[in-house]
Design a protein around this ligand. Structure first.
Ligand code: CMP
Length: 137
């Protein structure tokens, strides 16, 4: 069993597709072990994406992530990290395979509907960033 972190980004929350995206997870063997709707502060977003600080898209990414509320979840299941990434599709929605969350709900590479941890190691870091142990069950 693995756990991974999912964020439904402001574009998808604004579109009213929280339920549709959470259903993709539950329908594909990922249990929702924790979930909450949060308005990130700029400090939260900068710290969460600190690994991208030197990238040219960093400021736009932070601006976008604080532009409205997000839904942050811990997903649990067999191969949860890879399974979530398969369900999300490619980072750039233009390259995302048909039937993936980003192909169906994302606008562009910034407003790309969802974030998912890219490794088991980062999943543990990202989960601990947003959730305390007692919020996960
Ligand atoms: P996410 O999985 O949340 O991780 C970092 C985010 O940066 C990524 O999704 C994209 O939304 C955004 N981003 C913008 N431009 C790029 C890029 N050129 N390469 C990777 N990520 C990008």
């Amino acid at each position: 069993m693995e756990q991974t972190l999912s964020i439904i980004k402001p574009d998808a929350v604004a579109k009213g597709v929280i339920g549709k995206i959470l259903d993709r997870f539950e329908s594909n063997g990922l249990r929702i072990a924790a979930t909450k709707k949060v308005q990130l502060s700029r400090q939260d977003a900068e710290a969460f994406y600190a690994v991208h600080k030197a990238r040219p898209f960093f400021n736009d990414l932070v601006d976008f992530m604080v532009s409205g509320p997000v839904v942050i979840s811990v997903l649990e299941g067999e191969n949860a990290v890879l399974k979530n990434r398969d369900l999300m599709g490619a980072t750039n929605p233009k390259e995302a395979a048909a039937g993936t969350i980003r192909a169906d709900f994302a606008e562009n590479i910034d407003a790309n509907a969802v974030h998912g941890s890219d490794s088991l190691e980062n999943a543990a870091i990202e989960i601990a960033f947003f959730f305390s142990g007692r919020e996960i069950s």
